[in-house]
Design a protein around this ligand. Structure first.
Ligand SMILES: Nc1nc2c(c(=O)[nH]1)N=C([C@H](O)[C@@H](O)CO)CN2
Length: 122
């Protein structure tokens, strides 16, 4: 399995369970491992055969500017499903962290792994 990784992507979004978190955007940090749907680009050196990581970043920024999630878990799931469905990746690992959300904790968050179901029609 060939993987594209994105580390420490910072995005401002509305996230959290408390009322103030519905109005004040917070910076979250995302780390992604995205399995490539094909390894053809390794042989061809052709951009058309590659999964464009810049487009992944653009799509994440776009969706997180429009949505509000209560839980980091739900945000991570949303990103994972976009990667699987829209980018045709067979497997993805998504880590989402809040920075300094709790005194004494530098970063806290969730990490999920998802894969395309074998008989999935998406
Ligand atoms: N498992 C989770 N626990 C908590 C979350 C969360 O998203 N997942 N969120 C909060 C609050 O929004 C908190 O981060 C505000 O500082 C608390 N626990």
């Amino acid at each position: 399995m060939d993987i594209i990784f994105l580390q420490e992507l910072k995005v401002k979004t509305l996230i959290g369970i408390y009322p103030w978190e519905r109005t004040i955007a917070q910076t979250i940090q995302l780390d992604l491992e995205v399995a490539m749907p094909a390894s053809k680009a390794c042989q061809t050196d052709n951009f058309e055969d590659a999964l464009d990581y810049a487009f992944i970043v653009q799509r994440i920024n776009e969706t997180l500017s429009q949505k509000h999630f209560s839980l980091l878990e739900a945000l991570a799931e949303h990103i994972a499903q976009i990667i699987l469905k829209e980018f045709k990746s067979p497997w993805v690992k998504v880590s989402v962290a809040k920075l300094s959300a709790i005194r004494g904790v530098k970063k806290l968050g969730v990490c999920i792994e998802r894969r395309l179901e074998a008989n999935s029609s998406i």
